[in-house]
Ligand binder design. Sequence first.
Ligand code: ADE
Length: 229
Amino acid sequence: MIIGIIGAMNEEIQPFLKLFDTHEKIEFGKNVYYRISYNNTEIYLAYSKIGKVHAAITASSMILQFKCEKIIFSGVAGGLQGLKVGDLLLATKLCQHDVDISAFGHPLGFIPESQVFIESDSSLNAIAKEVAKDSGIHLYEGVVASGDQFIHSIEKKQWILKHFNAIAVEMEGASVAVACDCLGVPFCILRSISDSADGEADVSFDEFLESSAKISAQFVKKMIDKIIK
Ligand code: ADE
């Protein structure tokens, strides 16, 4: 089996490089992919760089160039609906909160011939839930809203909540969802909260990026162990 693991930032993939020891570096499309051999499984690990475009390119490259059969995103997010720093969440479906062609009568987040929400893979999500149960971790589940914006105000946060009922915001998940959905590859998105997407979000993000990224990576490593068992 070939599995792709994506983070947005270097800090989000560094914990994996410590969890899996040997790796080969491959450069492709102005990005570095780490090839890891782990228990008869091939893993490609990369950080995409921030934002939906980069993440879509990385997911597509993993699928088309490196033949990944499953894609797992691991990283951090801004928490809505009371989620706190360090909480772990699974995206059941993803949307793009910054898509707006409502001038033509379309709902917010909708692109013709696509859909507002894209669901993540139920089998991978079931594995995530099993890992959470086995490890005694509370795994939050719900809509994750992605956009090319770092959300750092109560007003914007409330707006995203009102229109998409999201439990978290980040900047890549929905684009990985679109790429995987278009190319027919199962995916799931795990995130640990680094901030509350409010006025203090930038300070909280800087403080908790590494620790929250590690929480997500350690969880995803347990998922990999279950997937390949
Ligand atoms: N990733 C982590 N925190 C975020 C925030 N507040 N907005 C967007 N992406 C994030």
